[in-house]
Design a protein. Structure first.
Ligand SMILES: [Zn+2]
Length: 130
């Protein structure tokens, strides 16, 4: 089982839509720790919603312009705040290994640490030389 499947099993309401489908994971493993911190907070927030709105779930979870984006079907202030915190952390965390990183624009925006950036640039050179 992947770490993402484990989270789906742990948060069956947050991570499934009305059709029973989990959101597609569109971020890399470096942000795993951030998501593992975020989900219990969202779960807590979800339970504060009125009973008829507690089927609130994550519609989309992705990387956009290098940052983390989490979209909910419903929500409240504690849930929005938890997402804001996670997004702030993600912009300083390498999306590939979880080490401190900075937002870089080489080809497209990604948060990478120095090691992952160097490796990426070497791989790119490999594609380009003639
Ligand atoms: Zn890295």
């Amino acid at each position: 089982m992947t770490w993402w499947e484990e989270l789906i099993e742990k948060y069956p309401i947050l991570l499934r839509d009305e059709m029973g489908c989990p959101p597609y994971l569109e971020v890399s493993e470096g942000w795993r720790g951030i998501l593992e911190e975020l989900l219990p907070k969202l779960e807590e927030g979800r339970l504060l919603l009125p009973k008829d709105r507690q089927n609130c779930h994550i519609v989309q979870l992705k990387e956009k312009f290098g940052g983390l984006r989490v979209y909910l079907s419903d929500g409240n202030d504690p849930m929005d705040l938890a997402i804001l915190e996670a997004e702030k952390k993600a912009i300083k965390t390498c999306e590939f290994c979880g080490e401190p990183g900075t937002l870089r624009n080489r080809g497209w925006w990604k948060v990478r640490c120095h090691t992952c950036q160097t490796q990426y640039e070497q791989e790119m050179k490999g594609f380009c030389h003639d």
